[in-house]
Design a protein around this ligand. Structure first.
Ligand SMILES: Cc1cc2nc3c(=O)[nH]c(=O)nc-3n(C[C@H](O)[C@H](O)[C@H](O)COP(=O)(O)OP(=O)(O)OC[C@H]3O[C@@H](n4cnc5c(N)ncnc54)[C@H](O)[C@@H]3O)c2cc1C
Length: 436
């Protein structure tokens, strides 16, 4: 006998994973999906769990954060990753899928449960019934308005994100800390470039390949926040008078003034991740790696997160949500999952759907949901989206959000150590949950 019915709004990656977690635990699920009645501008089918762009769910390597996230999700009983394995196409160490087969297989799995109902309707209000909102980065306008009424501050509509670089991959012999004119704390990491270096970098930047934006994204994105490559195209000195302004900066190691200076700002308290200031970009990931590595101090840079620019509706989750993706002060069981909850990426969206489904099931069964440890990617992302920060922006899986491992100098060994610790801690967490 079914326990209760949960309304899942949105049949994307997060909504489908969430629904499967609830169905497996004996709940009924009414899933509302607005396609094909209303489109999003990016989806091209009416299938559930459609991958809107790349067909890659990224690496499975245990030395990568996305590989570790997959290992954790497997332990947690993730359904969509299991389905992805059955639809995989050759792609080296990445898990890439045949997107049509994947979407069809997810729908088929959902329909195996008698308690599953798919309702092809746009939802435009939030009713007092157990609900998971998983309407994604392209949430319909009416639903966005309903979500705004929950309070918790702004609903953000566009992402213009600059890349984040791992501190230990920066060549410090070519970089120095310091503020302009020696003012303030030494908050910035300065990466100087001489004229010839700048000119080579500039040429590569303006010629680099960019991601094709949808028409609905172009106008608003560029008005709100100019990508570095677009700014560069306005003239060879535009970015030298903007984010790469060298004025007031002298290299304390050499006494030299530079022709241009890229500035990096700490991304986290531990100081092991740095954000490239003013470098919001629409270059493809491969081009970001190639072009930004032409900055002398970044010749071996490891990018923990690449820059992105696209329409992205997301809530101010640190104000609104707890670590279990629940609306903190809601009088009924109301959860968010997927990209709208402040995670970034396909597998991250699946992860939040899984967490919201498991937390919702715990709540409806009168159990306290316990967050996975902070040393796991799942636990760290859940804490990231629910912890107050000055400038909250969506986050993908990366080792920079985990508590640091010190004393392992070799980079590859350290990454493997992060992965081993995460998987061990996830196993211990699951063993302790079995007692509930
Ligand atoms: C253009 C674009 C490209 C992207 N490319 C990548 C990529 O290559 N790799 C990557 O890792 N991530 C990518 N992302 C980011 C993100 O991983 C995906 O958007 C991912 O699909 C998010 O999963 P989700 O479940 O949160 O949302 P979605 O998969 O978008 O699912 C949300 C669903 O809700 C439905 N919906 C919306 N409003 C309503 C409503 N009011 N009522 C009923 N249904 C509604 C939508 O039709 C949709 O089916 C991209 C995002 C965008 C916008």
């Amino acid at each position: 006998m079914s326990k209760q019915t949960v309304k899942v709004v949105g049949g994307g990656l997060a909504g489908c994973e969430c629904a499967l977690q609830l169905l497996k635990r004996g709940f009924d699920v009414d899933m509302y999906e607005m396609r094909p009645t209303r489109g999003t501008g990016a989806h091209s089918t009416d299938g559930l769990a459609e991958l809107v762009c790349s067909n890659s769910l990224k690496s499975e390597e245990p030395s990568t954060a996305s590989g570790v996230l997959k290992a954790e999700l497997k332990l947690l009983g993730c359904e969509l990753l299991q389905i992805a394995q059955t639809c995989r196409v050759p792609s080296g160490s990445a898990l890439a899928v045949d997107r049509k087969r994947f979407s069809a297989a997810v729908e088929e799995r959902l329909k195996q449960f008698e308690g599953f109902r798919l309702i092809r309707e746009e939802v435009d209000k939030i009713e007092r019934t157990p609900t998971v909102i998983a309407t994604g980065p392209l949430t319909s306008d009416k639903m966005a308005a309903a979500i705004s009424s929950l309070g918790g501050g702004s609903l953000y509509f566009y992402d213009a994100i600059a890349p984040i670089v791992s501190f230990d991959s920066i060549d410090m012999s070519k970089a120095y800390f310091g503020g302009r004119y020696g003012k303030g704390e030494e908050d910035y990491l300065n990466l100087p470039m001489q004229r010839a270096e700048y000119e080579e970098f500039f040429k590569a930047l303006v010629e680099a390949e960019t991601v094709v934006l949808h028409d609905f994204e172009k106008k608003e994105l560029f008005e709100g926040c100019m990508p570095i490559e677009e700014m560069a195209k306005r003239g060879s000195d535009t970015i030298r008078f903007g984010p790469l302004k060298p004025v007031g900066l002298t290299n304390p190691k050499t006494g030299e003034k530079a022709y241009a200076v890229v500035q990096l700002r700490r991304e986290n308290v531990a100081g092991d991740c740095f954000n490239m200031v003013g470098f919001q970009t629409n270059l493809t990931y491969a081009e970001q790696k190639r072009v930004f590595r032409m900055i002398p101090a970044l010749h071996d840079a490891e990018f923990l997160r690449y820059g992105v620019m696209h329409r992205n509706t997301y809530i101010n989750s640190p104000e609104l949500l707890d670590g279990g993706f629940r609306v903190k002060d809601s009088e009924f069981a109301l959860y968010f999952a997927g990209q709208i909850s402040g995670v970034e990426g396909y597998v991250e969206s699946v992860m939040s759907g899984l967490a919201a489904g498991q937390a919702m099931a715990d709540e409806l069964e009168g159990r306290q949901y316990v967050l996975p440890p902070e040393t796991t990617i799942c636990g760290a992302l859940a804490r990231y989206i629910s912890t107050r920060s000055l400038d909250f922006q969506p986050m993908n899986a990366n080792f920079g959000i985990l508590p640091p491992i010190v004393g392992v100098r070799d980079k590859k060994s350290r990454k493997l150590a992060y992965g081993r610790r995460a998987v061990e801690d996830m196993k211990a967490y699951l063993a302790s949950r079995a007692r509930y």
